[in-house]
Design a protein around this ligand. Sequence first.
Ligand SMILES: Cc1cc2nc3c(=O)[nH]c(=O)nc-3n(C[C@H](O)[C@H](O)[C@H](O)COP(=O)(O)OP(=O)(O)OC[C@H]3O[C@@H](n4cnc5c(N)ncnc54)[C@H](O)[C@@H]3O)c2cc1C
Length: 583
Amino acid sequence: MVEVLKYDIVILGSGLAGLRAALQAAYVSRGRARIAVLSKVQAMRSHSVSAEGGASAVLYPKETGDSIDLHAYDTVKGSDFLADQDAVELMVQMAPQEVRFLERLGVPWSRDEKGRIFQRPFGGMSIPRTAFAQDKTGFFIMSTLYQNVFRFDNVDIYHEHFVTKIIVENDEFKGVTAIDLKTGEFKLFLAKAGIIAAGGAGRLYRFTTTAHSTTGELITFAMRAGAGVKDMEFVQWHPTALVPSGILISEAARGEGAYLVNKLGERFMKNYAPQKMELAPRDIVSRAILIECREGRGFIHEESGMCYVGLDLRHLSEDVINRKLPFIRELAHKYAGLDPLSDLIPVRPAVHYTMGGVHADINGRVLRADGTWIRGLWAAGEAASISVHGANRLGSNSLTECLVWGHITGEEAAKYAMEKPEVSVEGSIIDVAKREESRVFDKLIHKEVNASTPYDIKRELNDIMEEHFGPFREASKMSEGLSKLHRLLERAGSMRIDDSNRVYNQNLKDALEVDGMVELALVVGLGAYARTESRGAHYRLDYPKRDDVNWLKHTVAYLYGGEIQLTYVPVRITRWKPEERKY
Ligand SMILES: Cc1cc2nc3c(=O)[nH]c(=O)nc-3n(C[C@H](O)[C@H](O)[C@H](O)COP(=O)(O)OP(=O)(O)OC[C@H]3O[C@@H](n4cnc5c(N)ncnc54)[C@H](O)[C@@H]3O)c2cc1C
């Protein structure tokens, strides 16, 4: 039996973008809009809690010489000129007010001796502009937003509710279906407005810094509901993940002055980005590390066989490390058994961020491939491609993006919902929900002995993505990878789910994630194969140059007759003409 719940706004995801949107919608509607926030994990376990380094914003322009224009320019240049410049300008203009808003709510920003919010340098930024709360920024912001959301009686948080379908009828958002994982109950959330804030898709790959829940299926479900999916071929590798676990060692370490050294003891970044050195953008530093490894100048980790370089903090004072990087010291100690005061930290690049996502305009409105809005539906945060990061995100711009578009989409959705008449319970939508319940519980759960489990499929998916769509790509490898992905998609259609219980059926949850992941991996692969140039994080050995004549455009994937198709939309350029990226 499908339980029906009625809301004004339903927010899919309780990370930074989702909670910021909930708070804004609550403010704007003066507590009148009924808001549901759904999360497949406990809300405070959303991936955002693990953000370490900070959020970028121009806070003290007079004292530091920083400016809104400079932040915008750094972001556009960092994006390898694929970002939509009007969206970048909006983000950097709103960033300072968002940081100060969080200050008023109670985020304990780290401060200098004058009491001002401290700002540290980050890769690709011309000036220190990353505000931080030690190296646990995500945790502090999430805790603050979460506590503040509780001040509103009209916001209901549904922990451990897995969204299985986004319902759109006649080009209008109607609601979502979700399983309450704790009980197995199937629910229909009818709403006037929806915001997709479901995070990225780092787990398409094996070696990643992202949480296990970062699987991206809701991006696929949005595509199934008619949305475009933009620029998914741009996958960010973060240069410094701990070897062999993949746990992030934040860019904050290099921001505070840490070096990268090869096994000859050289600061090799001088050969790749002589001006910015370790603080060049992530795509450049990641490729540099991998080239050092390829050319035999990396260290080899004995147990895993992984090649790595050393992150050297030994010249930093114990006081700086303890005050500004305590978490990094703790991680190095707990997960590698060493102390950065005296040892090099072993690091190599790992998948970290999804530049692409649900195709959305500057207000976060979700678009079809033809550019029309799916009325009542917005997207924010890492799940959205608005696009401010283009081909390569600069560190600390993601938290800022989550805050800015959490704010914008929460406000827009609240205003939209307050003007709409009460949601009516239409029979056609109940039928959709019933069919979805049957798909999930009757069709997905079966025990055909020879079928693959979700774990088999996910393992193979990770193998394919690592081998065929890694940081160095080429046509023949990708073509082979695409054939494998097509075969995997077929097998994913008849996975074996051994657990037929409804209560806490993790086996079913894993299968639902995998069901969306393989299709999303195909979107990554098709976009990467088609894009015959190198730009930002998308690097092709067979096309090593950026090609603005043919490729200064966004890829938009969409479903047509059940098949993934690609189309392209222009990049919006306001002030900064594409130029060669030098650091
Ligand atoms: C280790 C690490 C450190 C980082 N540090 C920084 C930093 O210092 N600065 C910076 O700018 N960026 C940083 N980033 C990136 C940044 O943390 C993320 O981009 C950002 O937190 C994403 O927030 P979000 O709200 O979009 O999504 P998330 O925080 O990932 O939340 C996604 C939400 O969607 C829900 N969800 C997903 N699918 C479903 C479903 N099917 N049904 C129901 N709910 C669903 C999840 O339960 C969750 O609540 C870091 C990334 C990593 C991996």
